[in-house]
Design a protein around this ligand. Structure first.
Ligand code: ADP
Length: 485
């Protein structure tokens, strides 16, 4: 039961209310009791004073002690009060009773003070139902006369009655209030927690296969609604990641299937018994070179996938070291020149300062090779590929431009996507680092970002394409000795 938020909230609610009601009731009870007692004492005091005055008046009129006492108690009538006059040695001179209540001497007669003293006598002491509040005072009715003790006893019956009634009200009202508040708390918490229960039920149904489901949002502006919206946003991101992952798997298997199929076919055809004459060595050579081409392609795809997978998992530790960016550019451009020459393309390398940079040389090289590779692949014979490096505001900017066919406008937003190729046939043509599977630009962009930089397509139209890598100089150190690449 205590494992339920609903029960706990209700119990807390009831417990706090019980405490408040208890303190409140006790306060009211104490206040009323106090006031009633003060009121009783006030009327007892008034009675004592009146008795004193009347006693003095009667004695002044010439009455004896006994007559004066009798007249006093007879003439004075106070509600719920018994009156009596005693001699100082405790002998009763006269009294009037109130029901069974009598104004008995509340203490030994010589202990009664000149100022009024107040005593509460219990029911057993007084043989009454509720006890008495007794006031007693030593008075001297006439000059030279013996003092008397006047006693006024107020019945506590009515006070007790009023307090009992209040107690009964409390005893009935407090449990009723607690019960009603518990009941309403129980229903209210059920009402408030209903969205959570609905969310939990829906969340239980959501699995990797049904990530498109969303939690119900009762009120998007309240706390629970905001939680559900946040959770739904998380689900959206997870769904997107899962979809990408599935797409990646589908694309990857598709890319791997083609070269494997070619290899199998080449092997099967070559292994078939030749019709007529023996198979020539040339046929074996052709088949093996086809197998070799496809194996190289497979290697490149698998290596690219491995690089990206490790990058995604954050397992590709960066091997940072000091390097000269200008030299790296020169190296990779040289590698490109060989293939460029065979294709009749000229490679132009702009002047660059000696630029010391801290980065992962292997990855930066791969990034540049991928860009140059693409430029050469898409530039026809007689074209030009150009590599430039400049520094703007603490950022090294490397641009790779070509006079190639350009990228169709509709393909441009997708070229950095994994496995995206706008022109599949051309992408598989001769390259510097093995035919790609649409992963080259994705890897290049990741490398730039891993160095806190960026890779963007600046321009691409019928006149060619320009890719630009921006690497923040703060990632490394620099020297400014001008030299040409
Ligand atoms: P791949 O490794 O197959 O070349 P990339 O990720 O490097 O894949 O490139 C994705 C696509 O972008 C290519 O298929 C190509 O269509 C297009 N592309 C990239 N660079 C160029 C370029 N310099 N000129 C024209 N098209 C390009």
């Amino acid at each position: 039961m205590f494992d339920s938020v609903r029960s706990r909230l209700t119990l807390w609610h009831v417990a706090v209310l019980a405490l408040v009601l208890l303190v409140f009731s006790a306060g009211i009870y104490w206040l009323l009791e106090h006031n009633l007692q003060a009121r009783t004492d006030a009327s007892v005091e008034a009675a004592l004073k009146a008795m004193e005055h009347l006693l003095a008046y009667e004695r002044a009129e010439g009455d004896t002690e006994l007559e004066a006492a009798r007249n006093t108690v007879v003439e004075l009538r106070y509600p719920q009060m018994a009156l009596a006059v005693y001699t100082t040695d405790g002998r009763l001179l006269a009294e009037t009773r109130y029901g069974s209540s009598r104004a008995v001497l509340p203490a030994a007669s010589d202990e009664i003070p000149d100022q009024a003293g107040y005593y509460t006598l219990s029911d057993t002491d007084t043989a009454t139902e509720e006890g008495l509040r007794v006031g007693a005072k030593r008075v001297t009715p006439a000059a030279g006369a013996a003092p008397n003790i006047v006693v006024a006893a107020h019945s506590l019956e009515q006070i007790s009655e009023e307090l009992r009634a209040l107690r009964q009200v409390f005893m009935l009202a407090v449990p009723l209030a607690l019960f009603l508040s518990g009941l309403s708390g129980w229903f209210l918490t059920r009402q408030s927690l209903a969205p959570i229960v609905a969310m939990a039920e829906r969340a239980e149904q959501i699995s990797a296969a049904s990530l498109s489901q969303r939690l119900p949002v009762a009120n998007p502006r309240d706390e629970l609604g905001r939680m559900a919206v946040t959770f739904n946003n998380l689900l959206s991101r997870l769904e997107q990641a899962f979809t990408q992952q599935r797409q990646f798997m589908a694309d990857a298997s598709h890319e791997l299937r083609t070269p494997l199929h070619v290899i199998r076919t080449a092997a099967e055809v070559t292994l078939e018994p030749p019709q007529g004459s023996e198979r020539e060595a040339r046929e074996y050579h052709e088949a093996l070179s086809m197998v070799n081409d496809q194996a190289r392609r497979l290697t490149r795809i698998v290596e690219d996938m491995f690089t990206l997978a490790r990058a995604d998992a954050g397992q590709r530790a960066m091997e940072y070291g000091d390097l000269y960016l200008d030299e790296l550019l020169l190296d990779t451009a040289r590698a490109a020149t060989i293939l460029a020459a065979s294709k009749g393309i000229s490679v132009e390398i702009g002047p660059a300062q000696e630029t010391l940079f801290r980065g992962d040389e292997g990855l930066l090289r791969q990034m540049l090779l991928n860009l140059l590779d693409n430029a050469l692949k898409h530039t026809p014979s007689g074209g030009r590929v150009s590599v430039q490096m400049a520094q703007h505001d603490e950022v090294y900017e490397i641009s790779v431009s070509d006079t190639g066919t350009g990228i169709p406008a509709e393909a441009q937003p997708h070229i950095f996507d994994r496995f995206y190729r706008s022109d599949k046939a051309r992408s598989r043509s001769e390259t510097i680092n093995g035919a790609g599977a649409g992963l080259g630009l994705a890897i290049a962009r990741w490398v730039a970002e891993a160095h806190s930089g960026s890779l963007t397509l600046l321009r691409s139209d019928a006149g060619g394409s320009v890719f630009s890598v921006a690497l923040p100089a703060s990632h490394g150190a620099q020297n400014k000795n001008q030299h040409s690449l």
